[in-house]
Ligand binder design. Structure first.
Ligand code: 4NP
Length: 154
């Protein structure tokens, strides 16, 4: 199973989701069954490590973020089984690169898997304070746990 997480810059939300998903897979003894990556719809931060604030907040939960930012590309639709976006703009930007219904069927929103949160998007923490980074982690921890359940049931 190949899972790709996508946000705008690939330095905050999607690296957090990638790191949390990998961490939960490891805890469940499932790492070998999955390939996990993340990407941004923008290339603005390509080549950069995840934002230091996001890394610190993840580290405080025992999660290391190791990803380097890269842009989402069309071939990701062929190379991944599931593409998990953080907000509506990410959804639209990815969908605009889809070639067919099979590609579109791979696109899901993280918030489809976060029933305890009323928000329909994982909010961008980049211009906000510390609480925003913790909130992203709270949401992606729930979302990733439910995603793993869904993948394991499939
Ligand atoms: P991300 O957050 O999409 O969660 O990685 C952002 C990172 C950078 C910018 C915006 C959002 N930026 O405008 O540079």
């Amino acid at each position: 199973m190949k899972v790709l997480f996508v946000c705008l810059g690939n330095i905050c939300r999607s690296p957090a989701a990638e790191g949390v998903f990998l961490h939960q897979l490891e805890q469940a003894g499932l790492s070998k069954k999955y390939t996990v990556d993340s990407a941004g719809t923008s290339a603005h931060h390509a080549g950069e490590w995840a934002d230091q604030r996001m890394r610190s907040h993840a580290e405080a939960r025992g999660i290391e973020l190791k990803s380097i930012s890269r842009q989402f590309i069309e071939s990701d639709f062929d190379n991944f089984d599931l593409i998990v976006v953080m907000d509506d703009q990410n959804y639209k930007n990815c969908a605009s690169l889809a070639h067919n219904d099979e590609h579109l069927s791979k696109l899901v929103r993280m918030t489809d898997f976060t029933p305890s949160f009323s928000e329909k998007e994982v909010p961008d923490p980049y211009y906000g304070g510390a609480a925003g980074f913790d909130h992203v982690l709270d949401m992606v921890e729930e979302g990733c746990a439910n995603l793993i359940k869904k993948c394991e049931q499939a």
